[in-house]
Design a protein around this ligand. Sequence first.
Ligand code: GCU
Length: 345
Amino acid sequence: MLKEILTSRGVPALKTREEMLDILQREEYGYMPPKPGSFTWTEKIDIENFCAGKATLKRVTLTSEIYGESFSFPIYAAIPKKEGKYPFFIYISFRNQETDRYMPMEEIIDNGFAVLSFCYEDVSNDCNDFEDGLAGIITRRVGRGATTPGKLAMWAWAAQRVMDYATTIDSLDLSAATVCGHSRLGKTALLCAATDERFFLGYSNNSGCSGASIARGTKGETVKDICETRFPYWFCENYFKYIDNEEALPFDQHWLIASIAPRRVYVASAREDQWADPENEYLGCVGASPIYDEHGLMGFVAEDRFPKVGDVFHDGMIGYHLRAGTHYFGREDWQKLMAYIKKHI
Ligand code: GCU
């Protein structure tokens, strides 16, 4: 039933990962900024006995050389003290805080994870300002145009720099890196995981339009809403061609999910978050699933119907849950995400 819905809406067929990533970057997000020429960091201990002494919290400044300029941004690194190799989250945060309403740090540490996090606006501000931070460096070189990176691509690039730093830490299990974020930062997390094969899992929480949610036939936010009303600067200018013209998109958002294959991806939806359109987020998973067949893997193992509150689908390479409530990255989401990871590592 759901596959037929996708077909009847004219959703484009999957292509190779390389082709899908090229089209998504060219037509939607802009091409990802280049990898840095050199990469250094400085760190200091912020809280020795963080979370009742279970972890150490460091404040780290990452510095990358890009287009001949130097770009730095701060991150937090919360690493459990007990010797071990920890699976970890790279959490793209709305706020410059080591714990916040979307990130229950102690609970995450208690579940056996480390967390590296940063505030997206320390990379470049969330407004139509292409002079601030990383955006300034990029725009001085490539300008602002049809295929140049929008802010989502810049924030995703920054999460990849955090991964560069993670590779230098002995107590992190580099085969179990998850990039995660909520809403605009869930879109960012998917783009980050799709364009960097070092991630084991990309997790998007309530990412909606231009994230996990199929654009064609959406009952929530449209390309016009996102580009015209408030957030054109998240994307490259080519994306504006599809305002009121979703049927002309040469892709749909299931390509973003599928570009993470053969690695894992997880989409979390909330019932009352109709702006993100949970049904279309679910269809994104359904549409991406066949890519895993080529790898002999089970993609989305779920029922052939729209989701109901309480559904948790954790068996396939694509994880999913739909919870009650509104647009939020809550403890229930983290618990389900951690359960999925523990099941598969
Ligand atoms: C707005 C925007 C969404 C976005 C959300 C958020 O609602 O329209 O696309 O996901 O902000 O980031 O919270």
